[in-house]
Design a protein around this ligand. Sequence first.
Ligand code: IMP
Ligand code: MG
Length: 173
Amino acid sequence: MKEKVKVLLTETEVDARISDLGAQISKDYEGKEIHMICILKGGAFFACELAKRITVPVSIDFMYVSSYGNGTTSSGNVKIVKDLDEPLLDKEVLIAEDIIDSGRTLHHLIPLLYKRKPKSIRVCTLLSKPERREVEMEADYTGFTIPDEFVVGYGLDYAQKYRNLPYIGVVEQ
Ligand code: IMP
Ligand code: MG
């Protein structure tokens, strides 16, 4: 049976919020340069839209990580499937992530990245589901705080589908 997708956040709402985030980030990083790290695959759509709305210089690099563990719940270890191309030394790193759920991915990734001696690391996430948190992880910039529901669109997938939706939706069976 084909699942249905109910709109949670419209394209207009998401775009407006990304503009707000871009403006805030541009202000906070005035006089600096941002090295954006896009976490694939989900973060790609958000990272591009965000980067377009930032007015300080932005360089961008991509990383693909997967948390591996016992099936459905991640053990909290994170495996780098595709590493960054550029070094992070002395850079102002801004991680662009689609969603923070348990918090485990970033909780384990950030210390790994600090070993590469960036000047700073901040996190910008489009969505956050605080009710699902298993480890402490608060983003520096959060687009929307949402309830504990499985969402798709704007890079987020359900079995690799729906990443291309221009809005955030909830999957209904
Ligand atoms: P966590 O914060 O380590 O639990 O994992 C976050 C990752 O899980 C995200 O980057 C997504 O790839 C995936 N994820 C978590 N919640 C959802 C959701 O509601 N829809 C789609 N993917 C999700
Ligand atoms: Mg992800």
